[in-house]
Write a protein that binds this ligand. Structure first.
Ligand code: TRP
Ligand code: SF4
Length: 337
């Protein structure tokens, strides 16, 4: 039988997960885990690059994200979930890879460029106080990927420059020290980025436009009641255009079976926005129910979550050690056992 390919993907633990993560990434991972040898990294070291002043948040989020993943279909028997900071080989590789990349190249990385602009507050006005750690996170991400011999890396489009940078590092390393590392490939998820409640192209925690997988009915109701609808539909019986409505956009995610009816009635003016939102709240809660039931189970059995993370990290570490041994040997720094 042909050997299963390795999948390596990662997520920054900086808060609980929302619908954007679910539809944009997790659904995809739940399918991939059936076919591939899947590793999911809780990238706490990477989260600390811009949250170094907030260690409690990162620590708490490692557990919360693990619970969100387990509750939404990631099966620990199929996927290895591990904690980045508990694999010291990743930090070691980062040091050696940092010789393979110039500072100018890091500054030119489009993802890094955009993020530096967005983080004006953290990095000062012109980004002149960008930290060494933040600028170097693509190097550390290359270490994540190659330490687990990730062959396919499922990511969103915004991450493509990071995968490209990883490939460059791998090629350079192999050309100097001999064939040592596997060159990964990006695996673009077919599910698109999910828009926010406010119509923003991206759903994000810091954008304040997200529905979290753990939101209760009261919070979901409030958020959906405040969602952007077709501004030309003012009175209940005005005909509307669902294409200009975020409520319709979410009906399309969690109430597919009634989508045609919603569309028809909206256009005909026989459906009021308040009723339409109420229907969406019901569908959303039905969608979230099984996820939240599982979450409750894991919250009450935190020892199970600990065990999954511990076992996953041990398994990932075995792989990382193999790679590290090879790296040491080929770099001629394997002085003694
Ligand atoms: N940078 C990724 C993000 O912000 C998270 C991540 C960390 C990652 N390590 C990774 C993704 C390794 C893929 C592979 O979404
Ligand atoms: Fe949106 Fe529904 Fe109102 Fe139409 S009726 S504009 S789909 S909320």
């Amino acid at each position: 039988m042909e050997k299963k390919k390795n999948i390596l993907t990662g997520i920054r633990p900086t808060g609980k997960l929302h619908l954007g993560h679910y539809f944009g990434a997790i659904i995809n991972w739940t399918k991939l885990q059936d076919k591939y040898n899947t590793y999911i990294e809780l990238a706490d070291v990477q989260a600390l690059t811009d949250n170094f002043h907030n260690p409690e948040k990162v620590r708490e989020s490692v557990r919360e994200v693990a619970i969100d993943l387990l509750s939404s279909g990631i099966d620990p028997k199929k996927s290895t979930i591990f904690v980045q900071s508990m694999i010291p080989e990743i930090a070691e590789l980062t040091v050696f890879y940092s010789n393979m990349v110039t500072i100018a190249r890091l500054y030119r990385n489009p993802t890094v460029k955009v993020e530096i602009k967005q983080k004006k507050n953290l990095f000062g006005k012109e980004g002149e106080s960008v930290t060494y750690g933040f600028l170097g996170y693509p190097v550390s991400q290359a270490a994540d990927i190659t330490a687990l011999e990730g062959e396919l890396v499922p990511v969103g489009e915004d991450q493509l420059p990071l995968i490209e940078q990883c490939r460059e590092i791998v090629r350079k390393f192999n050309s100097i020290y001999g064939q040592t590392l596997k060159e990964p490939q990006a695996y673009l998820s077919e599910t698109p980025r999910i828009k926010g409640l406010d119509g923003n192209e991206k759903m994000g925690k810091s954008l304040n436009n997200a529905i979290f997988l753990s939101d209760n009915r009261e919070i979901v109701s409030k958020k959906i009641m405040g969602a952007i609808t077709d501004t030309n539909k003012i009175r209940k019986n005005d005909p509307g255009n669902p294409d200009n409505c975020m409520v319709y956009y979410y009906h399309n995610l969690v109430n597919k079976e009634n989508l045609k009816t919603v569309n028809k009635e909206c256009r005909a003016g026989s459906r009021g926005c308040v009723d339409c939102k109420k229907e969406l709240i019901e569908s959303m809660m039905n969608f979230l129910k099984p996820i939240q039931e599982k979450r409750k189970y894991y919250e009450e059995h935190s020892e199970i979550v600990d065990e999954i993370l511990k076992t996953g990290t041990e398994k990932a570490r075995i792989k990382a050690k193999e790679v590290m041994n090879r790296v040491r040997k080929n770099m001629m720094i394997d002085y003694f056992d």
